[in-house]
Design a protein around this ligand. Structure first.
Ligand SMILES: [Fe+2]
Length: 134
C-alpha cells in the first residue's frame, strides 16, 4: 500500500494549517503502515482514534481561521469537513464490526478525498488569503 508523500505544493502558505495537514498525513500513513503489516485491531484501533480526534481538532482550527478572515465559502467548507468526519466514523464502525476489507476500501477513498480536500478546497482558501477574493 502506498503512503502519502508530503509535497511542498500541498502547502497553503498558512504555517499553522500546513503543519496540521502534515501531521494529518502522518497519521494516515501510520494507519496505512499498520494495515500493510496486518497489524492487530489493538494496534490499528488507536491509530484510527487518533485520526478522528486530530481531524476534528484540525477542522475546528481551520474553520476558526476562516471565520477570523471572513472567508465567504466557510459554510460550504464546513459541510465538506462534516462529510469527511462522517466518513471516518463509518470506518471506525466497520472496523468495530470486524469488517476489515470494507474499511480498507473506504480508507483508500478517504485517503484520496482527504488529499483532494487539502489540494482543492483548502488551497482555494490559501488563494483567498493571498488575493483577498474567491
Ligand atoms: Fe479544510
Amino acid at each position: 500500500m502506498n503512503n502519502i508523500e508530503w509535497k511542498k505544493e500541498y502547502e497553503l502558505g498558512v504555517e499553522e494549517i500546513d503543519n496540521q495537514h502534515k501531521k494529518l498525513v502522518g497519521i494516515v500513513n501510520e494507519f496505512l503502515e499498520a494495515q500493510a503489516n496486518h497489524s492487530e485491531e489493538k494496534v490499528i484501533g488507536p491509530v484510527i482514534k487518533e485520526l478522528v480526534d486530530y481531524t476534528k481538532v484540525h477542522f475546528e482550527s481551520e474553520e476558526l481561521h476562516m471565520k477570523k478572515h471572513r472567508y465567504p465559502l466557510l459554510i460550504q467548507h464546513k459541510q465538506e469537513h462534516k462529510a469527511l468526519i462522517a466518513r471516518i466514523v463509518k470506518i471506525l464502525k466497520d472496523l468495530g464490526s470486524g469488517n476489515r476489507d470494507v474499511a480498507d476500501d473506504i480508507f483508500q477513498l478517504l485517503k484520496n478525498w482527504l488529499l483532494n480536500h487539502i489540494l482543492d478546497k483548502d488551497r482555494q482558501y490559501g488563494n483567498f488569503l493571498k488575493n483577498g477574493k474567491v
